[in-house]
Design a protein around this ligand. Structure first.
Ligand code: SF4
Length: 323
């Protein structure tokens, strides 16, 4: 399995089978809080990075494995990407085909930047849930936090989301990522609220960086600020997901522990305890040796972020402070 992974625990989606239709860190943003590191390939060009038929083949296999076991383990098939999934120009075809073969809802986790394009809006109309992000209420903050491709303007992004709301009958679960000192002032939060009033998401999720981000200074706001956020954005539909997720990582499709840990950490920094729990599932060898070998491979490294130890893939570029 290269482009389909999981199911993995998700704070919003339960057990989510992830579909990644684009290469690692290919995005039109380079968010300061991105857990994949700084964007290596900044592009705004939609294309097929991988064969759509191959991606669908992987989805089909993953669904067949689950169906064969009959344990109902998947709550959502989620197009999520190691970057921005709507940059995949066949995403509409993939969503349609997935719905034909899988009896589970389809979600798209997107930065929402391309919703100003009619082709992207049409592609996403077929999903059950679309989860865009909006982290800024003003163009200046948008540039600071999301560091977008030069073709992407704040006005265009917001208008695209408003237009999509008018055309889309499914659920919009919008996420606001809060970073201390960047978008957590009262003024900025009120500006975000005024944008949300027009986008009318069905749910608003408030999130904070909980795993090592691209820039180590991107840290969560203080607790008092989170209360302010609820007061300003909250009208009963704001859900706080700024907590550690629970649940285990699936090792399905992996025959050895190293491959499993490397594949998971490429997409998702893991707390040390999660690495140990995942290694235990292979029931072979000595955990201490496995961890040592992983570190010595030079492909993953241990970092500290906000007093917690994480393991992450070396290939994601981050600030020097992580060296
Ligand atoms: S957080 Fe998402 S939108 Fe932002 S840089 Fe990372 S992959 Fe791109």
């Amino acid at each position: 399995m290269k482009m389909v992974y999981g199911p993995v625990p998700s704070r919003r989606l339960g057990r989510s089978l992830g579909v990644n239709p684009i290469p690692l860190k290919t995005c039109n943003y380079s968010c300061v809080y991105c857990q994949l590191g700084r964007t290596a390939h900044v592009t705004n060009q939609r294309q097929d990075f991988f064969s759509p038929e191959e991606i669908l083949g992987e989805i089909r296999s993953a669904i067949e494995i689950k169906d064969g076991r009959g344990d109902g383990e998947i709550d959502f098939v989620t197009f999520i990407g190691e970057g921005e999934p709507t940059l995949c120009k066949s995403i509409g075809w993939l969503i349609r085909k997935t719905r034909e073969i899988a009896d589970v809802p389809v979600a798209v986790d997107t930065n929402g930047s391309l919703l100003y394009r009619e082709d992207v809006r049409n592609d996403l109309l077929q999903a059950d849930v679309v989860m865009p992000s909006l982290d800024a209420g003003t163009a200046e903050t948008f540039r600071k936090i999301n560091r977008p491709h030069h073709e992407i303007g704040f006005k265009k992004v917001v208008e695209g989301m408003e237009q999509f709301r008018q055309e889309y009958a499914g659920e919009i679960w919008l996420e606001v990522m809060l970073v201390k000192g960047i978008n957590d002032s009262e003024k900025e939060l009120k500006a975000i609220r005024s944008r949300l009033e027009k986008i009318k998401p069905d749910r608003i999720y408030i999130n904070v960086p909980i795993r090592p981000p691209a820039e180590s200074w991107a840290i969560p706001p203080d607790k008092e600020t989170i209360a302010l956020v609820h007061a300003i954005l909250g009208d009963g539909n704001v859900v706080d997901i700024a907590a550690e997720e629970t649940g285990e990582f699936s090792i399905e499709g992996f025959t050895n522990p190293e491959d499993a840990i490397l594949a998971i950490t490429r997409r998702h920094p893991m707390r040390e305890i999660q690495v140990i729990e995942t290694l235990k599932k292979f029931k072979a060898g000595n955990l201490h040796d496995d961890l040592k070998r992983l570190k010595e491979s030079g492909k993953i490294k241990k970092v500290k972020y906000r007093e917690k130890v994480f393991w992450l893939a070396v290939e994601g570029k981050r600030g020097k402070e992580y060296e």
